[in-house]
Write a protein that binds this ligand. Structure first.
Ligand SMILES: [Fe+2]
Ligand SMILES: [Fe+2]
Length: 172
């Protein structure tokens, strides 16, 4: 077994092989390094511009809301698979919120519960809308970021959310 570290969320993955995607934050495998070679983005000291600060705050709000919506969808889902899938998505979005907090050096605010539909299909449609919106937003934030680690963060997030959208589209 080896220790791998995701440079996006900073979490360690212990296993035989590097995973294709980070199981904790969904970042693509190219952001996962051998433990001794990893330099997580939240550990890279730099001053954050006013615009990036604003974008990180918007990211935090969006991710906390997504976490709460997916927990609602998990609760309402009919099958074990969909419940488990939404619980995992909720954890990944919580992790995204957590990284935004680490980058801003603040504590995670309290997450407010959200409502969702009783019907899986309606919830899938809402999920795709949320994820596609996040992808566009994070691509814009990537272009706007002047700090290397913030640019990397939004690049990884845009890719992860794009993956989520693709996952749900397979259910429709
Ligand atoms: Fe990660
Ligand atoms: Fe996210």
């Amino acid at each position: 077994m080896k220790t791998f570290i995701c440079e996006i969320c900073g979490d360690a993955y212990i296993g035989h092989e590097k995973p294709a995607d980070c199981p904790f934050c969904g970042a693509k495998g190219n952001f996962i390094k051998f433990g001794s070679e990893a330099n997580p983005i939240a550990n890279q000291e730099n001053k954050i511009s006013e615009l990036s600060q604003k974008n990180l705050e918007e990211t935090l709000q969006l991710e906390m809301r997504a976490n709460a919506i997916y927990l609602c969808m998990a609760e309402k889902a009919e099958s074990y698979e969909i419940k488990a899938m939404y619980k995992r998505l909720a954890k990944i979005e919580w992790e995204h919120a957590n990284i935004a907090c680490k980058l801003m050096k603040i504590k995670m605010p309290e997450i407010i519960p959200q409502f969702c539909d009783d019907n899986d299909i309606e919830n899938f449609k809402t999920t795709i809308e949320l994820e596609d919106h996040a992808v566009e937003l994070y691509k814009k934030f990537t272009r706007e970021a002047t700090e290397k680690n913030i640019k990397i963060f939004f690049t990884a997030l845009a890719q992860a959310e794009e993956g989520h959208s693709g996952l749900i589209k397979n259910y429709l």
